[in-house]
Design a protein around this ligand. Structure first.
Ligand code: FE2
Length: 377
């Protein structure tokens, strides 16, 4: 498998599936009300919109929170036997929808279906007094779906069917999270290339980076990864699959506990990672730690950087460099009881890659946590 140090952007002229950015991410969770509180309190998201009994829904409730360009919908069922409830029973809390902002949701849907996608939701017009939205949807790996959102004729708070969620008495300050940098999917044994082909053929994405099990392995575990990017580079989806190692890898642990393929992590960008991480830690967000010895050799590996090493070491922030610059990154512990989805905080200073130089230290840190969970065997 080819490994390149620098991400190669595909040519925009060939883009048959233009995507403006990530529109929203919907998580199915056991308790949407408490999850919304967690994302406000711990991560600094702001109250945005609500749908539930008060807006005429009978079977589910959703809270929408926002921070800069990042919108999360937190949805729970209001009764037993729903598809949402079954999703939560199988997978635990997790990402159901990765919604993509497009100019024409009918065109995106028809093009994807012609190219082999499986339909999740036919193009549907939704309207209220502030305008109209068209949404459509297709399946991707596992039970995860992409919804195409066309909102050029919409002026409302979020989507038709939602009302503004106003919380004048409780609005914790943002933590500097700005946009979704990339979202990673974990797929089963020998499934990575299937999903690489899916994103290439159905969505017009290009494979911009590949990592094999020599790049991503420790003494005990290994995985493989290919990074898919859309034409303008605003959407990046690395796809991981497990590789043979002496012990069970983090991807296998995820697949076991999620009971299937799904979103492994959401990477969110900040302009000041030291400030953001200090703030998140003070609000109770838990991060993976690498050993202090990481910082003894980091300067030799990445050269001169703008930041002082002391706060990076204090907070456990990792550094890596590629041909275009460097990046700073850190990973949270899973944000639900099952060892499944987590967040990455990333600050790019030129680098367009994903921290290959940190993989080994990072995966050893994950193995230490797997050991504590009894899942490294
Ligand atoms: Fe990442």
């Amino acid at each position: 498998m080819e490994t390149t140090a620098t991400a190669q952007m595909p040519e925009a002229t060939k883009d048959f599936m233009p995507i403006n950015g990530t529109d929203y991410i919907e998580l199915y969770v056991g308790n949407s009300k408490q999850a919304a509180h967690f994302y406000k309190t711990a991560f600094g998201f702001q109250s945005l919109a609500y749908a539930g009994l008060e807006t005429g829904l009978k079977d589910r409730e959703s809270y929408v929170v926002v921070q800069d360009k990042i919108r999360l919908i937190l949805t729970s069922p209001l009764k037993s036997g729903t598809t949402i409830g079954k999703h939560i029973d199988t997978h635990g809390d997790g990402v159901k929808v990765v919604a993509l902002w497009v100019d024409d949701a009918s065109y995106a849907y028809n093009t994807a279906l012609e190219r082999g996608a499986k339909s999740y939701m036919e193009p549907t017009l939704e309207e209220d007094e502030t305008g109209k939205v068209v949404r459509s949807g297709i399946y991707t790996y596992g039970e995860t779906v992409h919804i195409f959102v066309e909102r050029k004729d919409y002026q409302g708070t979020f989507l038709p069917g939602f009302k503004a969620w106003e919380t004048p008495d409780y609005n914790p300050a943002p933590t500097g999270l700005k946009y979704v940098d990339h979202m990673v999917g974990n797929v089963g044994w020998n499934q990575m290339n299937y999903w690489v082909d899916f994103y290439e053929n159905v969505m017009g994405f290009k494979n911009i980076l590949s990592f094999d099990d020599n790049d991503i392995s420790t003494e005990y575990t290994a995985l493989m990864s290919k990074v898919m990017s859309n034409g303008n580079g605003r959407i990046k989806f690395p796809i991981n699959e497990p590789a043979e190692g002496k012990k069970k890898s983090q991807v296998e642990e995820y697949l076991d506990f999620y009971e299937g393929e799904g979103v492994q992590h959401i990477a969110v960008a900040t302009d000041d990672i030291i400030k953001t991480v200090r703030d998140l830690r003070s609000r109770g967000v838990e991060f993976l730690r690498v050993p202090d010895t990481y910082y003894e050799v980091v300067t030799d590996r990445v050269g001169k950087i703008d930041e002082d090493l002391a706060p990076l070491k204090e907070l456990g922030i990792l550094v890596d460099r590629d041909d275009e610059g460097y990046l700073l990154q850190i990973f949270t512990r899973p944000v639900e009881p099952r060892p499944t989805m987590f967040f990455e905080i990333i600050q790019r200073k030129g680098a367009q890659s994903f921290g290959k130089g940190n993989f080994k230290a990072l995966f050893e840190a994950i193995e230490r946590e797997q050991e504590l969970r009894g899942t490294l065997h």
